[in-house]
Design a protein around this ligand. Structure first.
Ligand code: ADP
Length: 710
């Protein structure tokens, strides 16, 4: 065997002569794997490389069929291969084989048929080489090439394949001629740079390039690379050239490019260079249109800058808050089915503390620092809890507003400043509607301490004027009041005299005396009631908000004016709606309004000597849910020339009038959130004053003084 092939069969037990062993070494040293097998495929020889490649030792393989060792799938069926080798003595092809460890290897093999002297086939010598890695690389390359081609064709980016050779030649000549600083030269010679651009030819480009930069004609674009470059962008092109001569393999930058149709694009320009300058015949350039993205970024940056400027320089205290913990508390409450969060907080006060502590101040502007009398923004680190000690209720309502999905909340609050001063502030909060930013909110504060002080003062002055007006009404009513008080007093006197007479009887008529004493007690009560009403009108109380019945107020006012009405022969017609809701307001002030309007009506009818004198007071439920109160007379009505001035302070048409009755009525009604207007009776000439009052909302402070008022 050894004289047929310089390769040991390595059959166990074979003793090899030393010279043969030397020859075996030679075959074992070749880089290829060598296997010898008969036409029956039984292996007779197996070299060292075959052992290494397939993992099988020669003693494992020799004697068995080769397929048993290396299960393989040849590129052609074995039968075809054997036919071919029989005919021409040689076959070349590839096998995918399995090694002992189960790994797959690809081998490139050559089978040679050895014949004996008579030309009969002896065996087949296979030399093969492991090309697994080569194949893998080839496949990867193919994949990349495929990807590259599809990217090139279908990408939203524009790709150009450029021939730089002429331009590169020109640059080489320039450098050879001794120009040292290439970058400086390009910077100072835009004409030269333009010239280089004109030398560059587009050798290929994708569809997107035509769409973005073309003008409809493919050929024109291929000839016009330089036309894509406005002068303002030559610097970038020059830099891209410097990069290649600095041996960089790529360069990218943002640059403005023009389409042949004149459209300007903000682009990202990327160019990759081949490693050899000499190969500048094929340079790939990618251009991505970032116009929209850039515009969006610029707009966002601008709006962010504007927001920051506003935040910091607005003369309003602004605080940026973060409250992930609050969002979690909300989620918790939602999972428990809570709908009224305000109520929930009332029943769980400890939760309100958690919300307060969970809301953290992230940033404050300068105005916040000065308004809350701090030294620097650093003092605001931490939760908002310290600012809500005086207005916890308002904070609770703000949290409830946020919980129920309202876009914001505002309220007048009392807020402790860092030096301990309690400020009156208008607090407003804007809750972020941006998904993912629900934990953020913006809070603003406007110091209204001065305004609140001014309003307090105004309210006091107005209360005093109203009081003065009431006292003046009492003055006008002195005669009536005196008469009213004298009536029960006279009755008491008469009763007392009669009682004495009955006591003098023999025996004294105690029954009569008891009855007279009872009547006297009634008269005393009547006198006391009159005095109470007068005292109420004369009282100097701070206006208060209570739940009051408008019908009751009307009845009391009529009772108060009973004698004045009688004295002026005025009939009162009360048309009061039953089941009216109560309103929130000040009983004395509202009664003052009805009394004022009634006295005006009585006076108008008396001055006019009206033959019929009816004062009608009507109450009704208004359509909007409030209350309607009308005071109507059968007097001469309101002079058209005066109509616009009735509510002006000191406007009067009466000789002894003061002209403050109606303006005070208006101030009081507006402070109750209502309106008052003057008009005419529907049937007849008399005046009618109409008041609308809301059932709930009542401002604690009157909104303004009477127009042109004191
Ligand atoms: P004064 O009663 O002191 O004049 P008011 O402010 O109460 O002050 O009234 C202003 C003016 O409005 C009256 O002088 C009068 O001209 C007109 N006026 C008010 N009520 C009536 C009414 N019921 N009928 C006609 N005119 C009225």
């Amino acid at each position: 065997m050894s004289d047929r092939l310089s390769l040991s069969s390595a059959i166990p037990g074979d003793k090899l002569p030393s010279d043969a062993s030397r020859r075996v070494d030679v075959v074992d040293l070749v880089e290829e794997s060598v296997a010898v097998f008969g036409l029956d495929m039984r292996v007779t020889a197996w070299n060292a490389e075959a052992e290494r490649l397939y993992g099988w030792k020669r003693e494992d393989v020799i004697g068995g069929v080769i397929q048993a060792a290396v299960r393989c799938s040849p590129s052609q069926p074995l039968k075809v291969i054997l036919e071919k080798i029989n005919q021409v003595g040689i076959w070349r092809g590839e096998f995918v084989r399995r090694t002992k460890s189960g790994a797959t290897v690809v081998v490139k093999a050559k089978w040679s048929l050895r014949r004996d002297l008579a030309g009969g086939p002896i065996d087949i010598v296979e030399t093969s080489r492991d090309i697994t890695d080569v194949r893998r690389t080839e496949e990867a390359l193919e994949r990349v090439q495929h990807q590259y081609q599809s990217l090139f064709k279908s990408s939203v980016a524009s790709f150009f394949e450029l021939d730089f050779s002429e331009a590169a030649q020109s640059v080489r000549e320039l450098l050879d001629s001794g120009a040292v600083d290439f970058r400086a030269f390009l910077q100072n010679n835009s004409g030269y740079v333009r010239g280089l651009l004109e030398m560059i030819r587009i050798t290929g480009c994708n569809d997107q390039s035509f769409l973005t930069f073309g003008d409809g004609n493919r050929e024109t674009l291929l000839r016009s690379f330089d036309r894509l470059w406005p002068d303002e962008s030559l610097g970038v092109f020059a830099e891209s050239l410097v990069a290649v001569f600095e041996k960089k393999d790529h360069y990218s930058s943002e640059v403005v490019l023009l389409s042949l149709a004149g459209q300007r694009y903000d682009t990202l320009y990327a160019v990759s260079y081949p490693p050899q300058l000499l190969e500048l015949t094929r340079v790939l350039v990618g251009v991505v249109d970032v116009t929209q993205a850039k515009r969006a970024t610029t707009a966002r940056e601008r709006s962010e800058r504007r927001y920051r400027d506003l935040f910091h320089f607005l003369p309003v205290a602004l605080l940026q808050l973060e409250g992930q913990e609050v969002v979690d508390i909300f989620d918790e409450a939602r999972s428990q089915g809570v709908t009224d969060f305000s109520d929930h907080l009332k029943t769980h006060p400890e939760l309100l503390d958690r919300v307060l502590n969970g809301l953290k101040i992230v940033e404050v502007n300068d105005r916040t620092v000065s308004m809350l009398r701090a030294q620097s923004a650093d003092e605001f680190k931490g939760s908002v809890a310290r600012y809500w000690t005086e207005s916890r209720d308002m904070f609770r309502e703000a949290a409830a507003a946020r919980y129920s999905g309202k876009p914001g909340y505002e309220a007048l609050v009392k807020m402790p400043a860092h030096d301990g001063t309690i400020l009156d502030a208008l607090f407003f909060s804007v809750f972020s509607p941006i998904p993912g930013e629900q934990n953020l909110s913006l809070v603003g504060l406007i110091d209204v301490s001065d305004r609140v002080r001014a309003q307090d003062m105004l309210a006091r002055v107005q209360a005093e004027i109203a009081h003065a007006a009431r006292v003046s009404v009492l003055g006008e009513l002195t005669a009536s009041i005196a008469h009213e008080v004298s009536q029960p007093l006279t009755a008491i006197g008469t009763n007392t005299e009669a009682s004495l007479l009955w006591l003098e009887h023999s025996p004294p008529d105690i029954g009569e005396v008891r009855e007279l004493a009872a009547r006297t007690a009634t008269e005393v009560q009547r006198a006391a009631d009159i005095i109470d009403r007068v005292r109420l009108m004369a009282s100097r109380t701070v206006p208060e908000q209570r739940s009051v019945s408008v019908n009751l107020i009307v009845e009391e006012a009529v009772l108060f004016l009973r004698h004045e009405l009688q004295r002026n022969e005025v009939t009162v017609s009360l048309d009061l709606a039953s089941e009216l809701p109560q309103i929130l307001g000040d009983r004395v002030q509202l009664q003052q309004v009805v009394v004022n309007l009634a006295i005006n009506g009585i006076q108008a009818m008396a001055l006019d000597n009206s033959p019929t004198r009816i004062l009608t007071v009507r109450t009704a439920a208004a359509l909007d849910g409030g209350i309607l109160l009308e005071v109507e007379d059968t007097g001469p009505g309101i002079d058209v020339n005066d109509a616009g001035r009735l509510f002006e302070s000191f406007f009067t048409t009466k000789a002894t009038g003061m002209g403050i009755g109606l303006p005070i009525c208006r101030t009081i009604i507006e402070a109750h959130g209502g309106q008052i207007s003057a008009g005419s009776q529907t049937n007849g000439s008399g005046a009618r004053f109409t008041i609308r009052l809301p059932t709930q909302s009542c401002r604690s402070q009157p909104p303004a003084s009477p127009s042109g008022g004191p």
